[in-house]
Design a binder for this molecule. Sequence first.
Ligand SMILES: NC(=O)c1ccc[n+]([C@@H]2O[C@H](COP(=O)([O-])OP(=O)(O)OC[C@H]3O[C@@H](n4cnc5c(N)ncnc54)[C@H](O)[C@@H]3O)[C@@H](O)[C@H]2O)c1
Length: 354
Amino acid sequence: MGKKIRVGIVGCGGISKGAHMGAYEKLKKRVEVVALCDIIVERAEEARDKRFPSAAVYKDYKDLINDANVDYVDICTPNYLHSIIAVDALNAGKHVLCEKPDAVSVSEALRMQAAANESGKKLMVIRNNRFFGTSAEAKKAIENGDFGQIYAGRCGWIRRRGIPGKGGWFTTKAQSGGGPLIDLGVHMLDLAIWLMGNPTPVSVSGNTFCKFADCDVMDSPEAKFGDKNENGTFDVEDLGMGLIRFDNGAVLQLECSWASNIKEEHRFVELRGEKAGLSWINGKAEIYYEENNKQIDKKVKAKPTPDAHKENISHFLDVLEGADPIFVPQQGVDMIKILCAMYESAKTGKEVQL
Ligand SMILES: NC(=O)c1ccc[n+]([C@@H]2O[C@H](COP(=O)([O-])OP(=O)(O)OC[C@H]3O[C@@H](n4cnc5c(N)ncnc54)[C@H](O)[C@@H]3O)[C@@H](O)[C@H]2O)c1
């Protein structure tokens, strides 16, 4: 085995501690955490003291990206910092793995893509839902032609009550880019569009609502992210719905909520093909089709995926070692175009052409 790849993590909060650091511990034969950074420097120090004793600790991310020991930077900060840190890191000659969403505006997503092209360094944004075994098996079946043309779909992530970090950066538009559409939508839109074969979006319409800003009930185990601030801002939606049209004629509905009066939280992708349909719910998938005039419901069998983040990070390490990437920055640009257009459509009441 060759030399270990060396990573510096920027942001030592919820997802960093809850998913990335654990993945690096599991992947320690291939990758070493050599640097940690957080503006609340005690968080980086705690991670060093408890998990990565030889890592350097920084308060300013610029010091981390200029650390000669770092091969790639893993960005786990609030959304508005993704593009700023990614572009700086790429320009400093580092590869970049970045948490979702790619960026909070189209111009920023384009800047990230350009910096990756110009530096020749790898840029990958986390797409953990692609790494469920069922997602990979469904993708194989679609590529095998089992579904025929996929012409329509629905996807989303809807919570009954689960607003993350109320009053903090998650609910502050300038720092998050928006509410559940950008926070959760990015996950399920990505899975749906990837399974559909990455058609190019051509128009978007949508609407957003905010009805639960004063509600403190929480039933979602998935929403315990971000620091709260009782006197903070809440200027984002708690429900968003929209429709995307693609260049191949297909359409996709999107629905995301942090809070809405539904039975229970679930995330889903449902695709309709000429020959078969797919339902993917919370990582479990089924295929529906007809055979000899009989309706068949077939479970998608796959090996369990206890840690999709680990699989995503492991794939990024493969890419650094020369493998073809599952994700390319253009998919991030298209994603942010869709989400920003949905917010624009919600404001104007009109469909937005991309
Ligand atoms: N893929 C997933 O399933 C998933 C799940 C949750 C969160 N996320 C994403 O991960 C990112 C972080 O979310 P989180 O829930 O961990 O938030 P968080 O607020 O818990 O953690 C963010 C950390 O970044 C630090 N930080 C802020 N500004 C910084 C700066 N300039 N330099 C260095 N550190 C800085 C904060 O002090 C904090 O510790 C977000 O973009 C979020 O969308 C992804």
